[in-house]
Structures are given as structure tokens and as C-alpha cells.
Design a binder for this molecule. Structure first.
Ligand code: SAJ
Length: 437
């Protein structure tokens, strides 16, 4: 990597791998740092460890690895030559403890600090609570490096805006907020990112960047929370929430989101809590929205119980077939998946639960069916939880012959009620008319 600007990217996950690949494609010499030796070995052979549909990512990774523009290591000493170090580690949130888990972040920052070159730029892409750069990252880097932030080295927050299924595309095209601890840090971060991505860059302070990132996802959580609360009211009134949503959205400046079986992923359920934690106050709307969205899998399990009762069955001893374990369509990502929550709730109520997801091969504590047919055979209710394309145009006639009780819970407005009823299924679900006689 002689002569090229050198970048270290720490944390080879959904964020770090695309970032490392993109910077390598843009002419930087890149080292991806990862604690998992297995991942280092696989990535070092150009094997992409992210599954699901990610256009261009696997072939781009192979390309830059073969050209030695991107190497991988678990040794932080490679940071000693880096002009920039980009941190992409996970920052999970403990709801019960109501505080962020910064163990990964702190460990990465300490190791980087101990191997930081004078004049280097450190950028945190991980989503962090407002105040984290100032109170956690900066002091740790100064302590471990013995240098002064903002003058001896530079520090900025450039929050990731990745989305499974569009990792590389988003990285290149979605606007980014670039917030330095001082002007010089912002300037240097703009220069580095300006060379790697085409997206519009918005300079600001590190604190504003922290509030923007957590705020943009808190906003989405509240938007979805409104849609879910409206759906609960529509169910109660016996009207179709999706018809209501569509008609509301004919009014200007309305954008009611999609009601659904819950809100999963590594952003929307977690980031609002980071904002609340960093805000130093107890906001009401944002916290209630998180709680309402988190309650949707429970609502789904109650709907299933109600439908089973209509058919003379109890939850106990019934078999429920969950279609979709991933939190998002056409993705293998099961983090904070509402399906995992539903699986636990149904088991607690004594049901046996099968799960089929074309993208997910395994998940701790959940046995996955190999085929959809296996999952639905003998089932007393099918619960559609993820709107994978593979679940479009299911052969309901054939499925009818496999189930024990023909009931469908539609968690993602995936099915047409009339079509299901025509095939002899009782149909119900989030925001849908309860049509189980
Ligand atoms: N969901 C709903 N109703 C909706 C939209 C989503 O129930 O109207 C559910 C999904 O089923 C899923 C969860 O919410 O379980 C999250 O879905 P998402 O579409 O927000 O997808 P994410 O989690 O990948 O969110 C990412 C975020 N991107 C970043 O943090 C960089 C988010 O900021 C984006 O707005 C979002 O993608 C997006 O717009 O696709």
C-alpha cells in the first residue's frame, strides 16, 4: 500500500465491510481490522461474510482483495501507518439497563489510541448517543495516545446510513453528516470521505451529528409507531388499516407508514433509546413509540390465540408455522427480529412453533425448517412475519392440503383477504379485518 493514503476500518460487519471495500475501490490502501480470526481468514480470501442480496459487494470485495488494496488483520498495530481510522463496531443498547453497551466501542478506541499516528484522523461511524464522542471516545483516545484531540490527531463522527440490501449503493449515494470535534477535524473528515464517496457531505459538529443520527431513526420509529397504533384502532373498528392508510396519504404532507408485526433490525428499535439516553431528559412520545412497536409481536400472538379459539383450538398443543425469521424482507438479518420475539411468546403459551426463512440458515435456540412445506405441514396457523419476495404467490391450494387448521395471520399485509378466503383459509392480521368465522 506504498504511497497510497492508508485507512484502517475497525469492525467487519454490515457497516465495516462495505466501508472497507468502498475506500479500497476509491484508491486508498485499506486494512480491515476484525477480532474474529475466522472472519479475517474468510475475508482475506475474498469471501464476503455478509449474506442476503447485496448487489456488487461480493465481487467488489474479491476484486480489491485480489489487488491487495484491502487486507484484513486482527492486529491493531496496522493502525500505526494509518492516515485515517474508521470505527464501525456495534453499539447495542440494554433496554433494561437503559444504557448503551459501549464495550466493543471502548475496546476498539483503546486499541486505536495505543496505535495512533500523529496527525491521523479518527472517525466513528457507529451509531452513538449524543455526547459519546466528547465524554467517551475523545478522553480514551487522548489517554491511550498521549496526544491532544483536535490538534495532534483529529476526531469526527460520520454516522453510517447503511441499509441491508443496499449496502454499497447507500454508502455511495446517500447524504452523510460529517461532524468534527473542531473545524480542522471536520475539514479533514470531509477531505477523506470526499475522495471515497460521491454522496453529498454535510459538515457540522460531532454533537449535532450524534443527535441527527439517533434522531433520524427515532423519527422513523415514531412514524411506524403511529401506523401501528392506527392499525390497532382499525382492527377494533373492523376496517382495513391499509385502505385507511392509503386514503390518509392522499392528503398532502401525509406519509403514514406501514403497520406491521413489529420493528426489528439494528437501528430503529435501538437508536431512539440512544437519543433518550444522551438527551439527559425523559421524552414521552419517543419512549412510548418504542414500547408500542415492541408490543406488536405480543399483539400478533393474541390475534393467533383468538383465531385458534374460533376454530375450537387452544394455543397449547397447536402448531404455528412462522414464515420469515429475518426482521426485513429479502435479508438474512435477524437482529431484534419480531419473529424471534413471537417465537418465544408462542412457545411460552404452549404452542409448538416451526419456522421457515429462505435466507436464514440457523439461529440460536430456534430450529429452522428446511422447506416451507415442512414448516406448514400439520400447522394450525401460518404466521407471515417477513414479506420476503419468496413468499409472494404462494400455492395456497397446495398449502391448504398440508395444514391441519387453515388459518393465516398476515403480519405484513402480504395476502389478499378474498384470495385466502376463496382457498378456504381464515385470514386475519395486523391492521386487517378479522375474517375467521
Ligand atoms: N417497518 C415497519 N413499517 C414501516 C417500515 C419498517 O413495520 O413502514 C419495520 C420493518 O419491517 C423492520 C423495521 O421496521 O422490521 C426496520 O425497518 P427499516 O425499513 O427501517 O429498515 P432498517 O432497520 O434497515 O433501517 C434502515 C435505517 N438506516 C440506517 O440506520 C442507516 C433507517 O434509517 C432507514 O430509514 C431505513 O433503513 C430505510 O429507510 O430503509
Amino acid at each position: 500500500m506504498r504511497g497510497m493514503e492508508k485507512v484502517c476500518v475497525v469492525g467487519m460487519g454490515y457497516v465495516g465491510i462495505p466501508v472497507a471495500v468502498q475506500f479500497a475501490l476509491s484508491g486508498f490502501g485499506v486494512a480491515g481490522i476484525e477480532i474474529s480470526q475466522k472472519k479475517v481468514e474468510l475475508l482475506g480470501r475474498g469471501v464476503c461474510t455478509i449474506e442476503g442480496d447485496e448487489p456488487r459487494l461480493a465481487e467488489s470485495l474479491k476484486d480489491v482483495v485480489s489487488k491487495k488494496k484491502l487486507v484484513f488483520s486482527s492486529d491493531y498495530s496496522v493502525c500505526r501507518n494509518a492516515d485515517a481510522v474508521i470505527i464501525c463496531v456495534q453499539t447495542p443498547f440494554f433496554r433494561d439497563g437503559n444504557k448503551p453497551d459501549y464495550a466493543c466501542l471502548k475496546s476498539a478506541v483503546e486499541s486505536i489510541g495505543a496505535n495512533l499516528k500523529k496527525g491521523a484522523l479518527v472517525v466513528v461511524e457507529s451509531t452513538i448517543a449524543p455526547g459519546t464522542i466528547d465524554k467517551v471516545v475523545k478522553p480514551l483516545l487522548e489517554e491511550k495516545s498521549g496526544m491532544k484531540a483536535g490538534t495532534d490527531f483529529y476526531l469526527a463522527h460520520c454516522p453510517e446510513r447503511v441499509m441491508p440490501g443496499r449496502l454499497l449503493e447507500n454508502l455511495n449515494n446517500m447524504d452523510r453528516v460529517v461532524g468534527g470535534i473542531n473545524e480542522e477535524s471536520t475539514k479533514r473528515a470531509l477531505a477523506v470521505y470526499g475522495k471515497a464517496i460521491k454522496a453529498k457531505l454535510h459538515p457540522t459538529s460531532a454533537l449535532v451529528a450524534e443527535v441527527v443520527k439517533t434522531g433520524e431513526n427515532a423519527y422513523r420509529n415514531v412514524q411506524i409507531g403511529f401506523a401501528n397504533e392506527l392499525a390497532l384502532m382499525c382492527e377494533n373498528l373492523g376496517v382495513d388499516a391499509f385502505e385507511v392508510r392509503g386514503l390518509i396519504n392522499t392528503s398532502p404532507h401525509r406519509d403514514v407508514h406501514m403497520p406491521g408485526a413489529g420493528v426489528g433490525g439494528h437501528c430503529i428499535p435501538k437508536d431512539p433509546w440512544l437519543l433518550v439516553y444522551g438527551s439527559g431528559m425523559e421524552p414521552k412520545l419517543i419512549i412510548e413509540s418504542c414500547r408500542l412497536n415492541d408490543s406488536m409481536p405480543n399483539h400478533v400472538s393474541e390475534l393467533i390465540g383468538k383465531a385458534l379459539a374460533k376454530r375450537g383450538r387452544k394455543m397449547e398443543g397447536s402448531k404455528i408455522a412462522i414464515l420469515g425469521l429475518a426482521y426485513l424482507e429479502n435479508s438474512d438479518d435477524t437482529r431484534n427480529s419480531p419473529s424471534v420475539a413471537l417465537h418465544g411468546l408462542l412457545r411460552e403459551k404452549g404452542a409448538s412453533v416451526s419456522v421457515f426463512d429462505p435466507y436464514v440458515k440457523s439461529h440460536d435456540g430456534i430450529e429452522l425448517s428446511k422447506t416451507l412445506e415442512d414448516a406448514v405441514s400439520g400447522a394450525d396457523c401460518i404466521a407471515l412475519m417477513t414479506a420476503h419476495s419468496a413468499f409472494r404467490n404462494l400455492d395456497l391450494k397446495r398449502i391448504k392440503g398440508l395444514v391441519r387448521t387453515p388459518l393465516i395471520m398476515d403480519g405484513r399485509n402480504h395476502f389478499d383477504n378474498e384470495m385466502c378466503k376463496k382457498q378456504g383459509f381464515g385470514i386475519f392480521g395486523v391492521g386487517k379485518k378479522f375474517e375467521v368465522d
